[in-house]
Design a binder for this molecule. Structure first.
Ligand SMILES: Nc1ncnc2c1ncn2[C@@H]1O[C@H](COP(=O)(O)OP(=O)(O)OP(=O)(O)O)[C@@H](O)[C@H]1O
Ligand SMILES: [Mg+2]
Length: 322
């Protein structure tokens, strides 16, 4: 096969383009007119809390749910006109695993491969490669029902890769998994990213977004609140460090008020949460010294770097995980 050198325009053409993308269910505005583009090879995330409209967006991008309004183009095609052509080039990991519980792990991959009309030998070879990739070689003949949650998730990802998709859509890849299972999954997804697979994922875990996304949009109530790389979002919407101090039940509000009155605290902003007070400051240790000098006695104190959770709190006044 002769290599076709793509033009500059083709190289930079977004694989997903959404403008004013909107979805309503009756009176509910699930997605309120959002704009985003995803470049080839990019790892793009939608970070937001429950009900933000993440799954609704993913279903429209996956060409399984029609949009109510706006522009949407996937790999240059309109899902209203070219659903099957688009779906053939996507890998989809839905929020809920929908594996065939009665079948063995490897059989799940084989059956799915046949949907795409791939030759049996190709499917069998890819199934074995993907079981190895998902670290499930020794579970090839296990019934899906007998796999752990993390294994089921890895099998769903392997299945989504059977057609060698140009874009992999992952709706909350690690929700409900224990920390170890999440780390195994992140490692696998990171490998895909290194291989240049275009990833689009949703999450309400800020650490997941920080680990996996080159760029993300923060979504809340169907709207995009901010967009950028994790580092840029933190730079733009938070301070370098955060001091977390706890004063015990019922005493945080009063402490927050007193901290707010400290002159020369070096703090940018104070957030009072039910169980602790957050002081946003470029130098958390200096802020802590000022708090202690003022006569306040926190039960515990912690200085940490700002995270996407702080960005979300700043933008919405709420915590990502309620
Ligand atoms: N099929 C549907 N019919 C009616 N309303 C729906 C439907 N699907 C979603 N919604 C509503 O649209 C809004 C967005 O839901 P969506 O599932 O997209 O959120 P999400 O960000 O994926 O949330 P979660 O983190 O809980 O998965 C919610 O208010 C939800 O109740
Ligand atoms: Mg969802």
């Amino acid at each position: 096969m002769s290599a076709v050198v793509p033009s500059v325009e083709q190289v930079s053409d977004p694989v997903i383009h959404a403008a004013g993308l909107r979805k309503v269910y009756g009176d509910t505005v699930a997605v309120g007119g959002i704009d985003f583009d995803v470049a080839p090879g990019e790892s793009f995330g939608l970070l937001g809390p429950n009900g933000a409209g993440k799954s609704t967006t993913m279903r429209m991008v996956g060409a399984v749910s029609t949009r109510s309004d706006g522009e949407l183009s996937i790999l240059g095609l309109d899902p209203d006109a070219s659903g099957p052509e688009i779906r053939a080039q996507l890998g989809v990991v839905p929020q809920q695993d929908n594996l065939d519980m009665e079948l063995q792990a490897r059989e799940n991959l084989l059956v799915y491969g046949r949907y795409f009309g791939l030759p049996r030998r190709t499917i069998a070879q890819r199934a074995d490669e993907l079981l190895a990739f998902a670290q499930l070689e020794d579970k090839a003949k296990a019934k899906v029902d007998d796999l752990s949650g993390g294994m089921k998730r890895r099998l769903t990802i392997a299945r989504a890769l059977i057609n060698d998709p140009r874009i992999l859509l992952l709706d909350e890849p690690t929700t409900g998994l224990d920390p170890q299972a999440r780390h195994i999954l992140w490692d696998r997804l990171f490998r895909l990213k290194e291989q240049g697979t275009t990833l689009v994922l949703t999450t309400h875990y800020m650490d997941e977004a920080e680990q996996l996304c080159d760029r993300l949009v923060v979504v809340d109530k169907g709207e995009i609140m901010a967009e950028g790389s994790p580092a840029a979002l933190i730079r733009e919407h938070s301070t370098r460090e955060v001091l977390e101090v706890r004063f015990g039940s019922d005493r945080n509000a009063e402490a927050a008020r007193r901290i707010g009155a400290i002159a020369g605290l070096g703090g940018d902003r104070i957030e009072e949460l039910p169980d602790r007070v957050l002081v946003y400051a470029d130098n958390g240790e200096h802020a802590l010294a000022a708090v202690v000098d003022s006569g306040l006695e926190p039960i515990t104190s912690l200085v940490r770097r700002s995270s996407l959770e702080d960005v979300f709190l700043r933008l919405t006044g709420r915590s990502l995980i309620e």
